[in-house]
Design a protein around this ligand. Structure first.
Ligand SMILES: [Zn+2]
Ligand SMILES: [Zn+2]
Length: 428
């Protein structure tokens, strides 16, 4: 039961829909447990459908309940323990069901990836077991009860492997050697260095963004509104150098009010123009505490031009972070560059690459972040929030960082306030 096209619906909307369905199913007495599985659980940046793994002794009853839900457009396929539906929103939903004694195997099969699961099947065979497509583990023809995933991994001689890593990209070998990486969590992050306010195209004021960030436990935030080119051309809002100085005064005032609760950094997201120059004069850029640079136009230039453009920005003395490096707007693919050259330039010039957690960007993605990490790059995980409620999107950047196996010491937003400000060369 495969529907393999990547959805153009933003990842946060798909996750919300998955949570909603999960809660509905958990509300049934017949359902003992239900988890979101598939590419969502693996924190993939491309999601083709929602997969839910359901632990129940009343499979028929749960299938009937699901098929009768008002947001179901059509039941595409119904089998003994599996059902594929399409929701009115256009999102395909696949339900995987089994008895609690086999929930571990079911969750494993429903989570995938196909390659990770196939590798486990080979290991199971080598250990005298059979791991069936639906996750049932058998030994000498008899079912082995495995209510948890941990138990299946244990039976075939492995420690638990976290879902983000399940792509068969070396994680099984690492697990066999006892070398699974320690992954960061949301609690390791103390800062968010990219967000917008109503000074450019954001919905909230600086104060509102700061208060929301305090609630999330952040020690440092950077207000990085857009430069004139992007404000004018894309959002039809005119902004000039004078406005940034007024903004600086407002930030200083709010800092006075909020005291030590949070350090608000006055930054800017300056556009990298099609010719590789920045959208503001150096004398103006020098007035900001933090300059992050990014592509917003001419993404379709040839690969060499994009590469030069990014490297020129990386070499600019005012720039500290390259935000959403490919400039992709999902489901678009963004600009094409020689990423090895770009990452090399970032490492050589001690510039930071962003992992943009905005569900429309998710940029760098986990593959490029991994490649950059192997070259010694540093990262900043930011939300690029355009409203206070979007500051929670940091979890998407955490998902990418975990999938990319980034270590804490490579992520500057994991630094405590003093160390981060020192790293960025910003006054206390
Ligand atoms: Zn941007
Ligand atoms: Zn931005």
């Amino acid at each position: 039961m495969q529907v393999s096209t990547t959805l153009s619906i933003p990842i946060n909307k798909i996750r919300d829909s998955a949570d909603d369905w999960r809660n509905r199913l958990l509300g049934l007495n017949a359902v003992a447990d239900c988890i979101t599985a598939g590419s969502i659980r693996r924190w993939c940046d491309a999601i083709e459908r929602i997969d839910l793994a359901i632990s129940t002794c009343s499979i028929e009853e749960v299938l009937d309940f699901a098929a009768a839900q008002p947001d179901v457009e059509i039941v595409l396929a119904r089998k003994e323990k599996r059902m594929l539906l399409r929701l009115n929103s256009g999102i395909p939903l696949q339900l995987w069901l089994d008895h609690p004694s086999n929930f571990g195997g079911l969750a494993l099969a429903a989570t995938g990836s196909i390659n990770h699961f196939a590798h486990l099947q080979r290991l199971a065979r080598a250990n005298g077991y059979a791991l069936k497509e639906d996750g049932e583990l058998t030994h000498a023809g008899k079912s082995v009860a495995c209510p948890t995933e941990e138990q299946i991994y244990r039976e075939i001689g492995l420690p638990f492997i976290t879902p983000e890593l399940r792509e068969d990209r070396g994680e099984i070998e690492a697990a066999q050697q006892g070398n699974l990486p320690e992954l960061i969590t949301r609690e390791d992050l103390h800062a968010d260095l990219h967000m917008h306010t109503n000074w450019s195209d954001g919905d909230n004021s600086i104060r509102e963004m700061a208060l929301a960030a305090i609630d999330l436990g952040h020690q440092v935030i950077a207000i990085c509104d857009h430069s004139p080119l992007v404000c004018g051309r894309i959002y039809g809002k005119s902004i000039n150098a004078g406005n940034y100085f007024q903004q600086k005064e407002e930030i200083q005032k709010i800092r006075g009010e909020l005291g030590d609760k949070i350090r608000i950094v006055h930054g800017i997201e300056v556009d990298i123009r099609p010719d590789g120059t920045l959208d503001l004069e150096d004398e103006i850029l020098q007035q900001f505490e933090l300059v992050i640079a990014s592509l917003h136009t001419a993404h379709d230039q040839p690969r060499e031009t994009i590469t030069d453009r990014l490297i020129q920005a990386i070499r600019h003395p005012c720039v500290k972070i390259i935000a959403h490096p490919s400039g992709r707007d999902l489901p678009g693919t963004g600009a094409e560059a020689d990423w090895e050259q770009v990452f090399k330039a970032a490492v050589e010039n001690s510039k930071v690459l962003e992992i943009n957690s905005n569900p429309h960007h998710l940029d760098l993605n986990d593959r490029l972040a991994r490649q950059a990490a192997e070259m010694g790059a540093k990262f900043s995980i930011d939300t690029d929030a355009h409203r206070a409620s979007a500051l929670v999107n940091l979890k998407y950047g955490v998902g990418i960082a975990r999938k990319a196996r980034l270590q804490k010491d490579a992520i500057i937003t994991c630094l405590e306030k003093e160390d981060l400000l020192r790293f960025l060369n910003i006054d206390r």
